[in-house]
Ligand binder design. Sequence first.
Ligand code: FEO
Ligand code: CA
Ligand code: CA
Ligand code: CA
Length: 600
Amino acid sequence: DLGGGRRRDGLNFAAVAPNTEDRVVTPEGYDQGVVLRWGDPVVPGAPAFDFDRQTAAAQAKQFGYNCDFLGLVPVGRHDEWVLVANHEYTSEEFLFKNWDADNPTREQTEIAWAAHGLSVVRVERDRRSGKLVPKLDRRYNRRITATSEFKVTGPAAGSKLLKTSADPTGTKVLGTLNNCAGGVTPWGTILSGEENFNQYFANAGSVTDPVTKARLARYGLSGAASTRKWERFDKRFDVAQEPNEVNRFGWVVEIDPLDPDSTPVKHTALGRFKHEGANVIIARDGRVVAYMGDDERFDYMYKFVSDEKYKPGNSKHAREHNKKLLDKGTLYVARFTGDSPVAEIDGSGKLPADGEFDGTGEWIPLASGTRSFVPGFTAEEVYVFTRLAADAVGPTKMDRPEDVEPNPRNRRVYAALTNNTDRGKAGKEGATEPNPRLNNRHGHVLELEERRGDNTATSFSWKLLLVCGDPTSPDTYFGGYDKTQVSPISCPDNVAFDNQGNLWISTDGNALKSNDGLFAVPVEGPYRGRVKQFLTVPKGAETCGPVIEDDFVLVAVQHPGEVDGASAANPLSHWPDGGTSQPRPSVVAVWKKDKGRICG
Ligand code: FEO
Ligand code: CA
Ligand code: CA
Ligand code: CA
């Protein structure tokens, strides 16, 4: 039974049942507290949040909108960290009661710019209450927004493809956009993925040059005005006027929260696509490997292997060395091969003849430094138009790769493939063994093991850990575990690991008509595949950014109340402030009432 599993699977909680409540629901014996809400002061001197009188100047000092990835970097004493949060995007109809989509004001636009980006906030754990408490720290606290300065590094820095009238050097970009997931590096910095950057740029439809047009189209750029109409207030968002500005987004950015004066970086060596995030592991030989997903239907999984080795320790010398590791190395894209003739999982509930969705695969090199491995593409073109370069070498079309993250306990890599309702549609690819479900509404989770456990290897084996959905439905698979003993799960998005190596999965877009949530699943031993729900988030919200510490869990509750018919004029959620308040995207901590361990 799911409830009586205490200790036996090392996950010390009873499963939370699916629900549609307008609150965070946690297991029995657990407490919760809101850590930071949209609008809370971040930088000292920030005004208190006032929904009806918000200004751009206030927002630039306050916690941004739609928190997504969360990372904790230890600083100072035990139980003190800097918390870094991504602010993926703004939903203006929820920010402004008087939102008129055809006539945004300059102030509203500048509020939106300031609500994007990242927040860096020092936090402390109060041992007595269990709460995680934000501090208005003068040294560390920082906001990075859509107008903060970034430095472009790596092999495409200074490329003519990145030069604009405002930046003839092609090395200095203002801002980061649509920061979705990310990772904490072994050297204590944050990587953050610029995902759906295309939506901010207008007038791609006016481009006539066929090469440029094809490049824009592959990144989802077409048409006239953008949704938010930022192009009215800054011409860099108008592709017709500033054609290369869009090439300066879609990167993995690195932020050093321990060096508040440092300029954040955009890493061209990791390629340009709709980056979900990037997660780094130190290979046995000391080189570092970053795993990445391109979140689009039928897009690809990537990895980067550094040329140089990680230097251990926290000396300034070691950190400065490590912060350059992602500038020099080789970028690869993944090709998966199945080993069973029948790959589709369907209403018959039949598994492949060998009992598994599994097979082998290879990492196909795209570029290394100034050297391109893709015929017809210069190295610069591989980095700036990575999707098109990858198309030329035949990688496997995946069902929307979201987080792709190595498990530090077993070195295997876990990929959340969130869903793909286009699989099998007319003119689209059908079932393949790594993506075995047509009209894949619920997504799946793939486990990849590099050859000989060497993360720098160019070949691997893989198997599906989960084919998500309602476990009573035959087209689901839970690692071979008894499906009567698992929690339903749909649309895996972010992944994380606890100190025991259990996989934690947060969901976005639950297609089972209940709220999104956070789940834990062992990947080793007799409980492998037993998915157990840890919490649910309020209605309309997605669960993001899970951080799994031994004795508390952090989640970002993104876009609470974003349900059909809702807006700031008609809020259908009042979480977290209650009463008749507007919903506010927020970070929540959850811990055991007895302050005990959540796992192990
Ligand atoms: Fe922003 Fe792919 O989720
Ligand atoms: Ca098989
Ligand atoms: Ca995501
Ligand atoms: Ca998502």
